[in-house]
Design a protein around this ligand. Structure first.
Ligand code: PXG
Length: 452
């Protein structure tokens, strides 16, 4: 049990301490980590093995990306074969067959109408900035170049690039970086503490979506390119839109000629108990980003799926055929090894019936997580599919402290969970068993109750 920072494992030796210095770790409290490192060395199924040889349950599927479990043989083989066959092919003006095969496979799981895939550099952040750039360029090509403003949502997370942090709405990720690009933000969807909604809240969906109408009144639709939202917000602590919210956003966007982008980096390919969040919530955007689960975390692969009308607009723009239609792409767009991992992943997602599996397990998971209502410090619990967020009452002046202490104590007990802001988040692998979910939730409840 971690009672204080001092209980977190100490580094082996002064040499280890020095060795840890060279890597400036991302989104990490470097000083704390390097005083008490948490290193994983192996992974199989739903478990990591840490540097001390302990098995650790993967309560967040890596970073929301390894739903099928680690070390899936078919993916390992596909990646290995591809590296030996074609390790790289130029992404611009030349290609390789796997990206076309994968694009077709992805389109096959999209809601009707989303049918062209622009692969991005591998990260969700690249996928988001790709979508935002396509949205602006789309209006420009159509002779409406004034439509440049982008609308995100308070508490939204869209990665770390300049476009993404501009539309993003988590202040901690924005405040250090100065002027972004023109953006405005919808009201957040955080339910009041003590709501304990199961799945999507029933009320206020239309009302909350109407905050877009207010923004249009301020900025005018003639200046707005797109609205971008996560179907449910992951990073902010699993926040689920109320019923009717996304449908109303869709309606307003259509009415005002504004593109609607769903950022499905977390919600895509199984987590919601459907192939996409769009499918789960029954609303089709004009553009959709994807990343994480597309290779089961094994290779960086990301992209943006767009409607035919968007693709056709660029194809019909009128320049000579030998000229490119969109000056955008990455050296590693649709990297052949990542595509091989992607194809093997889709094969497994289909064969394992991953979305159905999540849908079947979700009610069990929901009951388990809400069983922690009443545990010490728990101010709210939210869930959707195989994702859950717990808001903890803050230590005065230090809202992020308790979730950190909980995550460290969980790690000591053999469970990896995510902590951020005032929340603890769970996103267990799709392959988790009910018994594993029970163990995870029991450990979390015990940890809440023993945390000061
Ligand atoms: N959009 C969304 C909706 C995301 O969740 C990104 C974009 C950026 O993806 P990259 O690959 O650039 O990191 C994300 C990433 C967490 C957590 O625990 C969430 C993300 C990443 C790391 C941790 O909440 N989301």
């Amino acid at each position: 049990m971690v009672q204080s920072l001092a209980d977190v494992r100490k580094p082996e030796s002064p040499a280890e301490l020095a060795w840890l210095e060279a890597h400036w770790m991302p989104f990490t409290a470097n000083r704390q980590f390097k005083a008490a490192p948490r290193l994983f060395t192996h992974a199989a199924g739903a478990y990591y093995t840490d540097a001390q040889g302990r098995k650790v349950f993967d309560g967040l599927s890596g970073l929301w990306c390894t739903g099928l479990g680690h070390g899936r043989e078919e993916i390992v083989q596909a990646v290995s074969r591809q590296i030996q066959t074609l390790d790289y092919a130029p992404a611009f003006q030349f290609g390789h067959p796997l990206s076309f095969e994968l694009a077709n496979r992805i389109v096959g799981h999209m809601p009707a109408g989303l049918d062209h895939v622009m692969f991005a550099g591998g990260s969700g952040s690249d996928a988001v900035d790709t979508a935002l750039k396509i949205a602006r360029a789309y209006w420009r090509v159509r002779g409406q170049g004034g439509k440049t403003r982008l609308i995100g949502r308070a508490q939204g997370y869209h990665g770390v690039n300049f476009g993404g942090i501009s539309v993003g709405g988590i202040v901690g990720n924005r405040k250090l970086f100065g002027q972004g690009i023109e953006a405005a933000h919808l009201a957040d969807l955080q339910p009041p503490a003590g709501s304990f909604f199961r799945g999507a809240p029933e009320e206020h969906g239309v009302e909350l979506a109407n905050s877009l109408v207010s923004l249009i009144k301020i900025h005018d639709a003639s200046n707005i390119a797109a609205v971008i939202v996560e179907p449910f917000a992951g990073s902010a602590g699993v926040i689920i839109p109320p019923r009717g919210y996304l449908a109303r956003l869709r309606e307003i966007c259509t009415e005002h000629d504004i593109l609607l982008i769903f950022d499905e980096v977390i919600t895509g390919f199984g987590r919601c108990g459907a192939w996409t969040g769009a499918e789960a919530f029954g609303v089709t955007p004009d553009l959709m980003t994807f990343a994480k689960q597309s290779t089961n975390g094994t290779q960086p692969l990301s992209g943006c799926v767009v409607k035919k009308d968007v693709y056709d607009t660029f194809m019909a723009a009128g320049a000579q055929e030998y000229l490119l239609e969109l000056p955008h792409g990455y050296t590693y767009s649709a990297h052949p090894v990542a595509c091989a991992a992607g194809l093997a992943t889709f094969e497994l997602l289909e064969r394992d019936h991953a979305p159905e599996r999540v849908r079947e397990l979700a009610p069990y998971f929901e009951k388990a997580v809400h069983g922690l209502r009443g545990a010490r410090h728990v101010a709210d619990i939210r869930n959707y599919g195989l994702a859950a967020g717990f808001t903890l009452e803050p230590v005065p002046g230090e809202p992020a402290r308790r979730p950190f202490e909980v995550a460290m104590a969980m790690f000591n007990k053999g469970f990896y969970v995510r902590y951020g802001g005032a929340t603890v988040q769970l996103a267990p692998p799709f392959v988790s068993t009910p018994a594993e979910i029970d163990r995870l939730i029991d450990a979390l409840g015990e940890t809440f109750n023993h945390t000061d």
